[in-house]
Design a protein around this ligand. Structure first.
Ligand code: MLT
Length: 271
C-alpha cells in the first residue's frame, strides 16, 4: 500500500497478524522491500511485518519539491520511517527493527530518535563505523558514473560484492540486478550522498539496552565479520553472533533458511 509520508508517497508492504508484535524490515542500498521476501513469507504468520521502500527506492516517490543530494541524509530516511510508523503503527507497542546494511545505519538513527518504541534490534550485514575517506571517494565516482550512464553503470560491479559467485548469474542475481537498475539515477545519487555523510554510530552501540542480534554472511566483503564483531563487543544485551554460511552481503536472500532460523530463535528468546 502507499502511505503519504512527509513529501513522499511511500510504498510499504504490510502483512498482517495481530499488530502488537511487529517487525519492521529496512532494506539496504539500492534495493527495496522485496529483498525481504523470504522473511515476509515466514514471519507474517506470527508477526505483523512492515517493509517500506525507503526514500529514493522501489515504489516510493517524492510528491513535493524534489530534494537535492545534500538534503538527503540517513537521519532524513529515519524521519520518513518514523512518520510512517506514526500513521500506521500504534505508538505503545514496541517493534523489532531488522535492518540490513543501510537499513542498519537507519536502525541506529531510529534508536537515537525513538528508543522507547523499539523492543529488539536485528543488525544484519551492517556496520557502525562511518565511511573512510577512500570509501567516500568511491561513492563520488559511483555517483558520477550513474549521472553519466545510469544505474547500469554500477550494477555489475555491485553484484560482485553483494552475492556469492554461485548466485550472481542465477535467479537471485537477476532479481538483485533488477532492483539496482530499477532505482532511479536520482535515488541512487542522493542515497550515495547520504551514505557517504552518515555519522559514526560507535557511541550509540553501548546505549542500546534492548536485545540485539548481529548476523553476517560468511563471505560478506562489504560489511565483514570484523565489522560484526566490532558491534557485538560494544552492545550490552546481545545474542550470540550468527554467521550465515553460503552467503555474502545479502544473507537473507542467499541463505534464507539459516537467516530465518537465527531470527526466529532470537525473537523467541525472553526479552
Ligand atoms: C547496503 O547494502 O546498504 C550498502 O552496502 C551500504 C553501503 O554501501 O554502505
Amino acid at each position: 500500500m502507499f502511505v503519504p509520508v512527509n513529501d513522499l508517497s511511500m510504498f510499504v508492504e504490510d502483512r498482517s497478524a495481530p499488530d502488537d508484535q511487529t517487525i519492521l524490515f529496512l532494506h539496504g542500498f539500492p534495493f527495496d522491500h522485496s529483498m525481504w521476501r523470504e522473511q515476509l513469507q515466514l514471519f507474517s504468520s506470527e508477526y505483523r511485518c512492515l517493509a517500506p521502500d525507503l526514500r529514493g527506492h522501489g515504489g516510493t516517490v517524492e510528491t513535493g519539491q524534489p530534494l537535492s543530494a545534500d538534503q538527503v541524509t540517513i537521519d532524513l530516511l529515519a524521519d520518513d520511517v518514523i512518520a510512517l510508523l506514526d500513521q500506521i503503527h500504534p505508538r505503545q507497542h514496541r517493534i523489532t527493527v531488522c535492518g540490513l546494511s543501510m537499513g542498519g545505519y537507519i536502525a541506529f538513527a531510529l534508536w537515537r530518535k525513538i528508543p522507547e518504541r523499539i523492543g529488539r534490534l536485528i543488525l544484519a550485514d551492517t556496520k557502525a563505523t562511518a565511511d573512510t575517506p577512500e570509501a567516500r571517494a568511491r561513492r563520488l565516482v559511483q555517483a558520477s558514473q550513474v549521472n553519466a550512464s545510469g544505474p547500469q553503470a554500477i550494477s555489475s560491479g555491485m553484484l560482485d560484492n553483494l552475492l556469492t559467485e554461485r548466485n550472481r548469474t542465477g535467479i537471485i542475481g537477476m532479481e538483485v540486478r533488477t532492483m539496482i537498475e530499477n532505482t532511479t539515477p536520482k535515488g541512487l545519487v542522493n542515497t550515495l550522498h547520504a551514505l557517504a555523510e552518515r555519522p559514526d554510530s560507535t557511541d550509540t552501540l553501548s546505549t542500546i539496552k534492548v536485545p540485539v542480534l548481529v548476523v553476517v554472511g560468511a563471505d560478506d566483503k562489504l560489511t565483514t565479520l570484523q565489522d560484526a564483531q566490532y558491534m557485538l563487543e560494544r552492545v550490552p544485551n546481545k545474542a550470540p553472533l550468527i554467521i550465515i554460511p553460503r552467503a555474502a552481503h545479502l544473507s537473507p536472500l542467499e541463505n534464507p533458511d539459516s537467516f530465518n532460523l537465527a531470527m526466529s530463535n532470537f525473537l523467541h528468546l525472553p526479552a
